[in-house]
Design a protein around this ligand. Structure first.
Ligand code: COA
Length: 169
């Protein structure tokens, strides 16, 4: 039985471990800590099974800038499921619960840099189709967007700026 809930302070070390084990490196785990420490973790959900944290998903603010506009959206990631628990639907439960929570916020759009075969099932589509790009070169199809509010993609164009202080992590 998997329970999806908001992170609590007692989860922090387990969240670190889940990210580190899932990605096979510490960069994403460090990024989660950096986001939390700078109060940029807009939403952080955990998947709990028998008292153990087996998955995690984070959302943080990003800016979409063009010559004459600046729009604040949410970025999905990092997201991680313990290697031994993958492919059993935990990641999907985290994304779906995350999207439900994000829909309750004033944000109107979510972006993600991730696996092009994974996120479309949750309504994400290539950002390039809508004139939105990543400030770095993203692999083809890997940078995706999803509306939280219908019609948002018809009014936004630009380059997504991630917080520069996290680029070095
Ligand atoms: C990506 C991840 C979070 C998915 O979690 P999960 O619990 O395994 O996801 P689910 O069980 O809900 O879904 C499994 C599906 O994800 C797909 N998937 C997993 N990793 C994938 C990848 N690297 N590329 C494309 N699809 C992937 C599986 O093929 C499976 O597809 P299917 O349903 O068509 O068989 C998990 O695999 C993970 O932690 N991976 C390592 C870290 C990572 O890459 N995070 C995401 C960064 S964008």
């Amino acid at each position: 039985m998997i329970k999806i809930r908001l992170e609590e302070p007692r989860d922090i070390s387990q969240i670190y471990l889940v990210n580190q084990l899932a990605f096979g490196q510490a960069a994403e785990a460090n990024l989660v800590n950096a986001l939390r420490n700078s109060k940029a973790l807009a939403l952080s959900l955990v998947a709990e099974a028998d008292g153990e944290i087996v998955g995690h998903i984070a959302f943080s603010p990003v800016r979409i800038e063009s010559e004459n506009s600046c729009f604040e959206a949410l970025g999905l990631g990092p997201m991680a499921v313990l290697p031994g628990r993958q492919k059993s639907g935990i990641g999907s439960q985290l994304v779906e619960a995350g999207l439900r929570e994000c829909a309750k916020t004033p944000y109107e759009l979510i972006v993600v840099l991730g696996h092009p075969d994974y996120y479309p099932r949750f309504g994400f589509a290539p950002a390039g189709h809508f004139g939105i790009s990543w400030e770095e070169n993203a692999p083809e199809g890997a940078f995706m967007v999803r509306e939280l509010k219908k019609g948002t993609l018809s009014k936004i164009r630009g380059i997504v700026k991630y917080r520069p202080e996290f680029n070095a992590l």
